[in-house]
Ligand binder design. Structure first.
Ligand code: ADP
Ligand code: ADP
Length: 225
């Protein structure tokens, strides 16, 4: 069974229609990239999978259950944004653990997950720093760390690498993909960068004006005129 399923999902605000009857299936453990120009509906799709927005019609299901019927804690979804959404006044450790502390997880468990994520992401030596004392790539890892400690099944990423320079972006693509495979995470990743989509995806979903134009493996997606 697909882990994420969108069935005839449409979304409108007044006379602006962001999505028209989108059908989409995403397999567990896969890396799915939503690709398309600005305004085509990528972020709206992501927000609907996260349960942050409700479809005007149609349904979004995770593990067969309608997301709008799940409480946030049951959704097992983490989001990573392009601006990282880190708290500047908190240490790296507290930024990573923030969600766990809010959920009142026992201290020892928070600590265990923090150390594990820091190890995976190579952040062990930086835990006492503030975000402002980190490079862009390191800040990105902190944002990822926050998703990892939440032990989310699904990680939604909206242009997470777009603030990085070209060299670092290249490195982070490989790093992110490696991590996703090692952890068996299901990732839905938004970008308007075709090269990025092709190099990372198991499944590329090409959106255009709120419709799915193609959904296929990267080598099966053909360049359009
Ligand atoms: P993308 O992420 O591909 O750039 P979006 O999903 O952000 O596209 O937006 C798709 C369309 O929906 C755009 O025309 C955008 O202006 C519109 N839109 C998105 N969110 C809202 C909103 N809250 N209210 C009104 N229109 C919106
Ligand atoms: P992105 O850069 O990811 O495409 P945007 O910057 O377009 O996202 O949108 C950021 C926020 O503003 C989102 O919450 C989106 O729903 C909202 N938004 C986007 N377009 C509009 C719009 N035309 N009217 C009202 N809200 C919008």
């Amino acid at each position: 069974m697909s882990l994420i399923e969108l069935e005839h999902v449409a979304k409108s605000w007044g006379d602006t229609t962001a999505l028209h009857a989108v059908n989409l299936r995403i397999e567990p453990g896969s890396f799915c990239v939503l690709l398309g120009p600005s305004g085509c509906g990528k972020s709206t799709t992501l927000r609907m999978i996260a349960g942050l927005d409700v479809p005007t019609s149609g349904a979004v299901r995770i593990d067969g259950r309608d997301v709008t019927h799940l409480r946030p804690a049951e959704r097992c979804i983490a989001m990573v944004f392009q601006n990282y959404a880190l708290f500047p006044h908190l240490s790296v450790a507290d930024n990573i653990q923030f969600g766990l502390q809010v959920r009142k997880l026992p201290k020892a468990e928070c600590q265990r997950r923090l150390q594990q994520a820091a190890g995976l992401l190579g952040l062990e030596a930086l835990l006492e720093r503030r975000p402002g004392q980190l490079s862009g790539g390191q800040q990105q890892r902190v944002a990822l760390g926050r998703a990892l400690v939440a032990q989310a099944k699904v990680c939604l990423m909206d242009e997470p690498l777009s603030n990085l320079d070209a060299q670092l972006r290249q490195e982070m693509r490989a790093e992110l993909r490696e991590l996703q495979q090692r952890l068996g995470l299901t990732v839905v990743y938004v970008t308007h960068d075709q090269a990025e989509a092709m190099s990372m995806a198991d499944q590329v979903v090409l959106l255009n004006k709120g419709r799915v134009e193609q959904s296929a493996r990267p080598r099966e997606i053909y360049a359009r005129p």
